[in-house]
Design a protein around this ligand. Structure first.
Ligand SMILES: *[C@@H]1O[C@H](CO)[C@@H](O)[C@H](O)[C@H]1NC(C)=O
Length: 213
């Protein structure tokens, strides 16, 4: 038995080492010239990767909040920041002017962690059991929005509010419920049926949000 072990150990170790050589990859900076897949983008050649690939400078700048929601989301998802490809993470900056709101929305692909860096934000989510979890967040406060849950952020202060958010996915996606209902060509009659809203309200919202039909 003792002899078997002394023979087996080096064989086992060499198998382990060659397996880890084959499987462990330090990073896979996304090659955005190829198509995205459920497993992410293919990797840019390591010889072409530089330190700059791992740095995203876009979150230092305020987004443009001159829009109907008085809010801007500046993403550092894989599409803007290919270094997060395959790492299961990404980030974004949220700017909310006074009165600004990120309307009810979901990120189908990942959970969200929000850190308030300036101002006051009323934030919350509605679980799939339709339970409501919402509160007022101040500078330094952090809230988590579990994957797929409908959630929102409202600037509830008098000044600009800023938050940095991170996601448990390089490509969490973003779907805003009101835009899904009123900013496309789904016929008003169908929207009325599926929302229980009356014709006047649906047509008004379609006009405001740019929908047709
Ligand atoms: C912000 O967006 C508005 C509306 O699209 C545009 O008119 C304005 O020029 C933009 N401001 C800046 C600083 O880009």
């Amino acid at each position: 038995m003792a002899q078997d072990k002394t023979i087996m150990l080096p064989i086992f170790l060499s198998l382990l080492l060659s397996a880890s050589d084959a499987l462990v990859q330090d990073f896979c900076v996304g090659d955005l010239s190829a198509a995205d897949t459920p497993a992410g983008y293919p990797c840019k050649k390591v010889s072409a990767v530089t330190c700059d690939d791992f740095v995203f400078t876009g979150l230092g700048k305020a987004g443009n909040t001159s829009n109907i929601i008085k809010a801007a989301v500046t993403p550092a998802f894989v599409g803007q920041f290919p270094a997060v490809n395959g790492l299961g993470i990404s980030a974004a900056r949220l700017d909310l002017a006074p009165g600004g709101v990120v309307p009810l929305h979901t990120h189908p692909g990942g959970s969200e962690l929000l850190v308030v860096v300036q101002g006051t934000i009323c934030a919350g989510f509605i679980s799939s059991a339709n339970a409501v979890y919402f509160t007022t967040l101040y500078k330094g406060d952090t809230m988590v929005f579990p994957q797929g849950q409908l959630h929102f952020q409202i600037n509830s202060g008098n000044d600009n509010a800023v938050a940095i958010v991170s996601f448990s996915s390089p490509n969490p996606g973003l779907q805003i419920t009101s835009f899904a209902l009123f900013a496309n060509s789904l016929p008003s009659a169908v929207v009325e049926k599926v929302t229980f809203l009356d014709d006047e309200q649906v047509k008004k919202l379609k006009k405001v949000l740019g929908g047709t039909g």
